[in-house]
Design a protein around this ligand. Structure first.
Ligand code: CAO
Length: 243
């Protein structure tokens, strides 16, 4: 970019970027220019899931348990990664081999006053819903207190960027390379859904799933988001997989 003196056009103020802004900016830029991105949009009916979540939180409120949609998303993602292992892989340095991972560590984007950080929750396939919810809270507190170490932010297999607590309908998240996919989540809203004979009010969760097109084809991606949506909708089946 050419250097421009913006003060010639009006009053300005210069603020330095934070250390996190600078580091994240470098990674995002590298990933944006080196990974051929495609974003698949989809939605999941989470009407029953939300009813169950509210009941769970109500029943356990005295124990300080608070489960958000994000913990269910992690569970559904574990199930989808087991069904479609190619999404749990990375290209090696030569770009000629795919490294498939047998572990499931999920990165979660956390918004902090100093910028975006992505702590990694490890071995999500071996953790219960409540354990995942508690680790999410711990990780976001640690992130906001600036206590995350580089090790806390490495080794992720796939990431989730949830903006659902804030709003929005869809976005195009940037893949957190060397991961090959990232799940973006926007705010769930009540929608009229045709059930074959009438419109029913259903709580629909918008999903924005970006992937590395060198590794994943469009058909595989939409199969993945369809499967993810089915897991989130059939809360009983999802819960059966939950210890
Ligand atoms: N639809 C509707 N409501 C949602 C929702 C969704 N998709 N996701 C969360 N909510 C609700 C929660 O259920 C909660 O309500 P209750 O108190 O009734 O349970 C409320 O919004 C606040 O949730 P939260 O944001 O505190 O918790 P979370 O587990 O959903 O998210 C965290 C935690 C750390 C991911 C989040 O706080 C955050 O930092 N998000 C921003 C991530 C980000 O910046 N991504 C962009 C990266 S690219 O630049």
């Amino acid at each position: 970019m050419p250097e421009i003196d913006f003060s010639q056009f009006g009053e300005i103020e210069t603020q330095p970027l934070t250390k996190i802004n600078k580091l994240t900016g470098q990674f995002l830029h590298r990933n944006w220019v080196t990974v051929p991105h495609v974003t698949q949009f989809d939605e999941a009916d989470i009407t029953e899931l939300e009813a169950f979540r509210k009941q769970l939180n109500e029943e356990h409120k005295n124990e300080g348990i608070r489960v958000t949609v994000l913990a269910f998303l992690m569970k559904a993602l574990v199930s989808a990664l087991k069904e479609y292992p190619r999404f749990n892989s990375s290209l090696d340095a030569t770009g000629e081999n795919l490294v498939l991972k047998k572990y499931i560590h999920i990165g979660v984007a956390v918004d902090t006053p100093d910028g975006l950080v992505v702590p990694v929750i490890r071995d999500c396939d071996r953790k219960s819903l409540v354990e995942l919810a508690n680790e999410l809270i711990e990780a976001s507190v640690k992130a906001r207190d600036k206590k995350l170490s580089p090790a806390d932010m490495s080794g992720g297999c796939i990431s989730i960027s949830s903006l659902g607590g804030i709003g929005g309908t869809a976005f195009t998240p940037i893949v957190n390379a060397p991961e090959v996919a990232i799940l973006g989540v926007s705010r769930a809203s009540m929608q009229p859904v045709w059930n074959g004979s009438e419109f029913e009010p259903r709580l629909m969760l918008p999903l924005s799933f970006s992937y590395d097109h060198r590794v994943i084809d469009g058909a595989q991606a939409v199969r993945f988001t369809t499967y993810l949506g089915e897991r989130l909708t059939d809360v009983d089946a999802l819960l059966q997989a939950i210890p």
